[in-house]
Design a protein around this ligand. Structure first.
Ligand code: TXA
Ligand code: MG
Length: 342
């Protein structure tokens, strides 16, 4: 299969491919997604094949506006409507009870479904033109860092999918925040592009699932099935160093080996001249760190580094998502030197 690169004025071509059961890379504000007709089990099945995705890891449905919630979900709590009103279109996925018309291929047989209305004009235009809910996981090969530009998606998916719609670089850079609204107290399953503080402002109390901050034991079953897999991982092993940025930079410098790669804040890049360095933004600019983190993790795979150290932002705002992606890439190998500055 030849993978076509489509430009922003080829929305109808992308929509046509979706309607006929094909696979299209779609830019969203978070990361590129690998889209298919979410009502067509065969098309959804092709997503799993193209990504090499485990069969027990459900997909989320992308809708063009909140009025579609009722088509695919039932017993929708008032909190879901309040959230949709406050933050959609935007980087939030809600887990809700599903209706029977949502294929098992999407939910992997769960009684719930993840729904999101993406905040990217091209994504919304394609979904509207197709007239379908679009099932879309992140557009990487399973286990690799998520793609934040069309070129990264092509690296993983060339020859495996019909087309990629090129919408430039993603503005947020980490995937959507996932909140499960089916328990009495809403539960954060994945920190993401919508800060936890924003969720709390709308919902009040939000529980944070253990899988967000720690590696689950082999017998533990995560609520978001995807959280149990090693993710976002470059080929070289990653160690995350948490704490105040000057301390973590010094620690990493003391522990450098011959072929150590470093993910650091811009201010500290000069300490690591001579190493393969990915500076992900200034200490205080978490939005930039979020835009850069996957690109940085991906960059090491074309180098000869045999180990990677990463500085880690504090957990306020988007720092929660950036830290989570780094720690997951590290399989939760963390050197803890204390609290980071925010
Ligand atoms: O920003 C995003 O959310 C991107 C863009 C493309 O929209 N999509 C994305 O999809 O990150 P994916 O498949 O890479 O991650 C979705 C996560 C997985 O960890 C999956 O296990 C979880 O959502 N998930 C999906 N349906 C679920 C459900 N019914 N209950 C709990 N977790 C669910
Ligand atoms: Mg993913």
């Amino acid at each position: 299969m030849k993978t076509r690169l489509l430009t922003a004025n080829e929305i109808d071509t992308a929509a046509g491919i979706l309607r006929s059961g094909g696979l299209v890379g779609i830019p969203t504000e978070t990361v590129y997604g690998l889209g298919a007709n979410g009502l067509d089990p065969a098309a959804v099945g092709r997503i799993f094949t193209a990504k090499g995705r485990p069969q027990d890891n459900p997909l989320i449905l992308h809708i063009p506006d909140a009025s579609w919630l009722d088509r695919y979900c039932r017993n929708i709590p008032p909190a879901a409507c309040a959230l949709a009103e406050a933050v959609w279109p935007g980087p939030l996925t809600m887990i809700l009870q599903r209706r029977e018309n949502v294929p098992n291929a999407v939910t992997c047989g769960l009684g719930t479904v993840g729904i999101r209305c993406p905040g990217h004009p091209l994504a919304l235009a394609v979904i509207r033109a197709a007239g379908l809910p679009v099932a879309a996981p992140s557009g990487n090969l399973s286990g690799r860092p998520s793609p934040t530009c069309a070129r990264h998606m092509l690296e993983d998916m060339d020859g495996r999918i019909d087309a990629i719609l090129d919408g430039g670089s993603c503005g947020v850079g980490v995937e959507s925040t996932i909140v499960d609204l089916t328990p009495p107290v809403p539960r954060l399953l994945r920190p993401g592009g919508l800060p936890l503080e924003r969720l709390q402002a709308v919902l009040g109390e939000v529980a944070v699932d253990r899988a967000v901050t720690a590696q689950l034991g082999s017998g533990e079953k995560p609520r978001a099935p995807g959280m149990k897999y090693r993710h976002y991982a470059p080929k070289a092993p990653v160690v995350v160093v948490t704490g105040e940025s000057l301390r973590t930079a010094r620690y990493i410098r003391r522990n450098l080996g011959q072929r150590t790669g470093v993910i650091c804040f811009d201010e500290y890049a000069p300490l690591f001249s001579g190493c393969t360095v990915e500076a992900i933004g200034p200490v205080s600019d978490k939005a930039r760190q979020a835009r850069r983190v996957f690109e940085a993790l991906r960059a090491f795979d074309s180098t000869d580094v045999d180990a990677i150290y990463a500085q880690c932002p504090g957990s306020g705002g988007l720092g929660f998502a950036v830290a989570n992606r780094l720690k997951k890439a590290a399989g939760f190998q963390v050197v803890d030197l204390g609290e980071a500055e925010e």
